[in-house]
Design a binder for this molecule. Sequence first.
Ligand SMILES: *[C@@H]1O[C@H](CO)[C@@H](O)[C@H](O)[C@H]1NC(C)=O
Ligand SMILES: *[C@@H]1O[C@H](CO)[C@@H](O)[C@H](O)[C@H]1NC(C)=O
Ligand SMILES: *[C@@H]1O[C@H](CO)[C@@H](O)[C@H](O)[C@H]1NC(C)=O
Length: 527
Amino acid sequence: MKGAGLLWLLLFLLCGNRCRSSQILLIFPHASESHFAVMRTLVNELVDRQHNVTVYGSHGLGERLENVTEIVSSEFAYWTKLQQHAVPGGNLEDLSRLADSKLRSSLAHVGAQALDHFLTQSPMQTLLQLPTEQFNFDVIIVDLFYTEALLALGQKHNKPIIGIISTDFGSYMDAVQESLVPSACSPIDFEQYAADIGFTTRLGNIRECIARRKRFHKDHYTAQDQLIRKHFKTTKTVVELQAHHLSLLLLNNHVPLLTPRPLLQQIVPAGGLHIRGPRELPWNIKRFVEESRPGIIYMQLGNEQLCGQLPKQKLQTLFEFLGARKERVIWTCHDVKQLKGLPKNVMIQHAVPQIDILAHPRVRAFIMNGDLLSLQEGIVRHVPMLGLPIFQNERRNMQLAVNLGVALQLDSTNFTNAALNWALDELTTQQKYQLTIREVSSEFRDRPLGAVASAMFWVNYMVRHKSGAAIRTRGIDIASNQLHLFDLFIFYFGVAVVFCAVLLGGYFAVVYALQRKQNNAKFSKLS
Ligand SMILES: *[C@@H]1O[C@H](CO)[C@@H](O)[C@H](O)[C@H]1NC(C)=O
Ligand SMILES: *[C@@H]1O[C@H](CO)[C@@H](O)[C@H](O)[C@H]1NC(C)=O
Ligand SMILES: *[C@@H]1O[C@H](CO)[C@@H](O)[C@H](O)[C@H]1NC(C)=O
């Protein structure tokens, strides 16, 4: 009761009488669990603040809420299609071994297919055909992950549109930031910062960044531009839409999981957007957890790794390892409810948000793949993590967590019973992980406005100021050669060359004149 009162007081202080009910449209085309976690929290929070919310997604909210209209489209088998496109006939391991640039190009291709599939379905078509008089939403929020074509909806009806970037798969977040912040292509590598880097490193960094930006435009924006022409009947391009119609970009990340770098006012780091207060566990899971005196290990291997498709060898090792532990194990699988040969101390569940499970004090370790959002959840809930990453970005996230002292990681060569046991014992028995994770968590959460409150502030800001044009960057379409002053350098080089030429010319003219004078003097002496 007291908590609720405080919450209302806080709400009142935060928005006074400026919070009013608005019509908010959310579009979440992606079929991946981590995107839904963000969507569910946002919908709940928006409704709590008296907004009327309409959600178009490819997955249900899983609960009925007042003032929420939910339209669920059929799912697109993203991971299967991605594997088919990138490594025909190959498996997840093959996909993970793909070069970064190849993976990004496949993501762009399959991402456009997924969005096309989403936009072609009849509920979405109805929305797209709405004339502006009937399109009575105040703000549009879209999940940006190879879905930039959706920005055309805001442009069509002249409504503010907020993008959420909630994943860094294939460095998508970096690439979008790079195309929004002209100065993001920097000779300094923000991920692996070193103070004294040489000329060749700087040259390499900037060349790599500019090349990546070019490829991103060529592979991804071209595909999205086609979708814009097909579904929105306009010749606007993604670059134009980002420059003139994207009102705000919410980044689902924050220091210390994010390296500080140049940001625009329009880009708001709101890491932990999906993390809400914990809720009571369903009775069966609660009993399973509370009956386990030695504690619980929670496992979730990521959106891309379906439990039913784990390689036999890996599954066998996991069963042997988990079956011999004294703790009980909760394993979240979204594709299967049962696996053959599952040890008795392991429970497969698929319906409870992991944020609630991780909140239980009995949970002692989290076995994960290195997904950025799961990592944030582990940190906020103070559960040390054991990472079994597959992809490059997951290894990068995991390495960051290891450096922060809140996790251990094993690569595929170390996927053995002994190594897994060693790592888990280390995490559950060494006090230092518990102590460090509390510090890291407090650093992650320590900001003027929490992630959700910050997102809510900016949604309301857009409602109040219609387009948010005041905070929009002006520099998006500056060409990189202009931005990095290449043309200025050439100009000054030219000036320097002309100056030197004039000096040299003057010198030679004087020498010549003197010589002539001397010669004349000699000549007159002789004659
Ligand atoms: C639903 O919206 C109506 C009208 O805006 C409002 O009066 C009511 O309190 C809302 N319900 C909830 C649960 O927020
Ligand atoms: C909420 O939104 C839905 C869908 O757009 C609409 O039908 C309904 O009338 C709205 N309710 C209120 C109270 O504005
Ligand atoms: C991982 O494997 C390498 C050799 O393959 C070994 O040197 C290292 O100690 C192993 N790490 C763990 C944690 O078992």
